[in-house]
Design a protein around this ligand. Structure first.
Ligand code: SF4
Length: 211
C-alpha cells in the first residue's frame, strides 16, 4: 500500500493539472459524454458535445429525439448509432423513473442502457463527488498491472484490488493520474521506462521491451 501511495504522490507532483478529461457542466451532460466516450478518445467526444449540449439541455429533450436527430451531432464518434440509441433510452428512463434527473447510486445508474459499473463510478465521482471506487479504464488496467498493483485483467476484479490497495482519499485521482502517466510515458505497447518518474517504484510486470 505504501508503495502505491508513494507512486500516486510522485505522479501528482508530475501531473498537477491531471483531471477528468471529458467536458461537461451538468450530471446529464456527463452521462451523455460518458456514453459517447466508450472506445473513442476523449478529445473526439469533446469536439462533438458543445453543439449537442446546446441543442439538448434536458433528459426530456433527448427522450423525444430520434437516432437520426442525434447523429447530426455525433456522427464522428465510433458506434454513434448504438450510442445514440442508448442515450435516448437512458433519458426515457430518467424521465420515467427519476423525474428527468441523473440518479446518485451505482445500482440505479447501471440500470440505464450504455452505463456499466465503470461509467457509473465516473458519473458518481465527477458529477456528484461521491467516490465509491477507483475508475478502471484502459490506462488504469495497463498501468496497475505493470506497477504490480493487480494480477487480474478483468476490470471489476482490478477495481476490487485497487480499492483494497489504495486509501480511499486517493481513489478519485487515481484514474486521472494513471491516465496522464499512461498517455505521456507508460504507453502501450512500449513504455518509456527510462524517462519514468516512478521507475524505481515499479516492478515493470509484463514489460518485455521499454524505451
Ligand atoms: S517504470 Fe515503465 S512500466 Fe513502470 S510505470 Fe514507469 S513507464 Fe510504466
Amino acid at each position: 500500500m505504501e508503495k502505491a501511495v508513494e507512486v500516486l504522490k510522485v505522479l501528482k507532483k508530475t501531473y498537477p493539472n491531471a483531471k477528468y478529461y471529458l467536458n461537461f457542466k451538468t450530471p446529464l451532460e456527463l452521462l451523455v459524454a460518458a456514453i459517447l466516450s466508450a472506445q473513442v478518445r476523449d478529445e473526439v467526444v469533446n469536439v462533438s458535445t458543445p453543439a449537442l449540449f446546446a441543442k439538448y439541455g434536458k433528459a426530456e429533450d433527448y427522450a423525444k429525439a430520434s437516432v437520426s436527430d442525434l447523429l447530426k451531432y455525433i456522427s464522428k464518434i465510433t458506434f454513434a448509432g448504438n450510442k445514440a440509441k442508448h442515450i435516448i433510452e437512458a433519458c426515457k428512463m430518467l424521465v420515467k423513473n427519476h423525474n428527468g434527473k441523473v440518479p446518485k447510486t451505482i445500482a440505479e445508474l447501471t440500470e440505464l442502457p450504455g452505463i456499466g459499473r465503470k461509467t457509473a463510478i465516473v458519473i458518481m465521482t465527477n458529477a456528484f463527488d461521491i467516490v465509491e471506487g477507483v475508475v478502471v479504464d484502459t490506462h488504469v488496467i495497463r498501468l496497475s498491472y505493470r506497477l504490480g498493483w493487480t494480477k487480474n485483467t478483468n476490470p471489476e476484479k482490478i477495481e476490487k484490488d485497487l480499492n483494497a490497495l489504495i486509501p480511499k482519499q486517493y481513489w478519485k485521482e487515481t484514474q486521472w493520474l494513471l491516465k496522464a502517466h499512461g498517455r505521456a510515458v507508460c504507453q502501450a505497447p512500449t513504455p518509456y521506462c527510462s524517462k519514468c518518474v516512478v521507475s524505481k517504484l515499479c516492478p515493470k510486470v509484463g514489460v518485455k521491451k521499454s524505451l
